[in-house]
Design a protein around this ligand. Structure first.
Ligand code: SF4
Length: 486
């Protein structure tokens, strides 16, 4: 007996307050729910996501707790199992995969049930409708998901020219704001990681107590240290490195923009370069690996070569390996968003990256020129809609405006304000990804963005996703009202 397995989902969306289900009319003539064969060692959800994306072009959100299986024999000596999940789509604009799907329609429950060809699909749809009946969609979408909340409670000592977050004035948030912010999300998410920073970590004089407080506020999980630390504090506070050791930091990333003068200029602070070197020594002396990240553009590219030589003169590799650590040096051009958009005119071009730096250039082989990307994407009819693929991460600015972490602190990316908007509405916008910028992103194709904002003669280097984001932000900037811009 041959055994086959497929996975798919009952996909629903909300329109004008009503629930609609997705039904596919297949090329073979029957009407069906979306599903397809498991490939390789895919998980069931992995197969369902891939099949949904391939057949409909949709990125969906699975509703926890719903899993239905049906079994049938598609041909003699074969038994097939199909696993169906329940999935919510924010979008109703679909792109049917022509080889398999003739047409896709969104129908209310009764009509969808009457349209489906097979009873087994109809029964699965009935169970999905019963599962959703009387449930609150916001709670369904947040249930079982993890949330990370990063609050700009203290600010940042630097004003980097490559800052993708954009600059905002430093301000200490009110006492007790952390608890109030957390309480907005607590009823909806089982697991919450809380951070009191999203710019410079530990830019708070009482960083030890602050870290304890972040741990105490986090729900059913603990905040992580990542590979980030404050070089500003490392250079000033002798106790700080011991704290980093105590909390298990093994590696710290330090950002350069060239040598002394250029790094100070790009960080926006005199003395930054010397602090970075001092921080490097302190880390090594205490058994923590430094990692040097250098942002490159056409203005500073030869200085980055000298920076690499400096790291060799300082014997950072040997000194780090002596305590069992690893020193890494890497170069990239950044995302071209936030403050970095202003450096578009001097963005590094193909042919301008010094030979010595190519082995250190992050994902160099995947970088394309703007010209190549324009050619590749000019007929792309799909939309570029940034999305929370796994856990949800949000940033809270020091005026309590709320943003997704894949966006910028500009008005059109704003989810809402934690002191002004009701928590349930904010959570709804988060889980349904319902904010003005994403609405605009859904309404324009990548090809149209290229036509409007791409430069088909440009040799500037980009990674494809970064380039799409650059184009989308060009569109949002153009369509934003002047006073919308933070
Ligand atoms: S890149 Fe980081 S350190 Fe630099 S200004 Fe932005 S938040 Fe501060």
């Amino acid at each position: 007996m041959i055994r086959e397995k497929s996975c798919g989902a009952v996909i629903f969306a909300e329109k004008n307050g009503g629930r609609l289900y997705l039904v596919e009319r297949m090329q073979k003539g029957h009407f069906s729910l979306c599903k397809g064969h498991v490939e390789g060692d895919e998980t069931e959800h992995g197969t369902a996501s891939r099949e949904i994306r391939e057949e409909t072009g949709l990125d969906v959100e699975f509703i926890p707790g719903f899993r239905e299986t049906i079994e049938y024999s598609p041909y003699e000596n074969c038994m097939k199992t199909v696993v169906f999940f329940l999935a919510y789509s924010r979008d109703t604009a679909v792109a049917a995969q022509e080889e398999e799907v003739k047409e896709i329609t969104w129908l209310p429950y009764e009509e969808a049930a009457a349209t489906l060809t097979f009873d087994s699909d109809r029964e699965t749809l009935r169970k999905a409708e019963a599962y959703l009946h009387g449930e609150n969609l916001v709670e369904l979408l947040s249930r079982g998901r993890s949330l990370t909340v990063a609050v700009d409670m203290y600010g940042c000592p630097n004003r980097c020219r490559h800052c993708w977050l954009s600059h905002m004035p430093n301000r200490k948030t009110d006492d007790g704001a952390d608890r109030r912010i957390l309480d907005c999300f607590r009823p909806y998410f089982d697991k919450i990681e809380f951070y009191s920073w999203f710019r410079e970590p530990d830019f708070c004089d009482d960083y030890v107590a602050r870290w304890e407080r972040d741990k105490e506020l986090s729900v059913n999980t603990a905040p992580r240290r990542f590979e980030l630390a404050s070089f500003w504090r490392l250079a000033r506070d002798p106790g700080y490195v011991r704290f980093l050791k105590d909390v298990g930091v093994g590696c710290v990333q330090l950002t350069f923009f060239g040598l002394r003068e250029t790094t100070d200029l790009y960080v926006g602070r005199k003395g930054a370069f010397d602090e970075l070197l001092r921080a490097t020594d302190i880390l090594i002396e205490n058994g923590i690996s430094p990692r040097w990240q250098a942002f490159i553009d056409r203005e500073n590219r030869y200085e980055i070569v000298k920076l690499l030589s400096l790291s060799e003169e300082m014997k950072l590799k040997d000194r780090t390996e002596a305590f069992g650590g690893t020193f890494r040096f890497f170069v990239h051009a950044g995302s071209c968003d936030g403050e970095n958009r202003k450096l578009y005119p001097v963005r590094i071009r193909r042919g301008e990256v010094p030979e010595e730096l190519i082995p250190y250039f992050l994902n160099y082989a995947e970088n394309r020129t703007e010209k190549e990307l324009c050619e590749k994407l000019k007929d792309d009819r799909s939309s570029f809609v940034p999305h929370n693929w796994n856990d949800i991460v949000v940033y809270v600015a020091n005026d309590y405006d709320l943003f997704f972490n894949f966006t910028h602190t500009r008005k059109e990316w704003r989810i809402g304000n934690l002191m002004e908007d009701p928590a349930e509405e904010l959570v709804r916008r988060i889980v349904q990804e319902d904010i003005p910028a994403l609405g605009k992103a859904r309404g324009i194709s990548v090809g149209e963005l290229v036509t409007r904002y791409g430069d088909p003669d440009s040799e500037r280097l980009f990674e494809e996703e970064d380039y799409k984001m650059y184009l989308l932000n060009s569109y949002l900037e153009e369509t934003a009202e002047r006073n919308d811009i933070r």
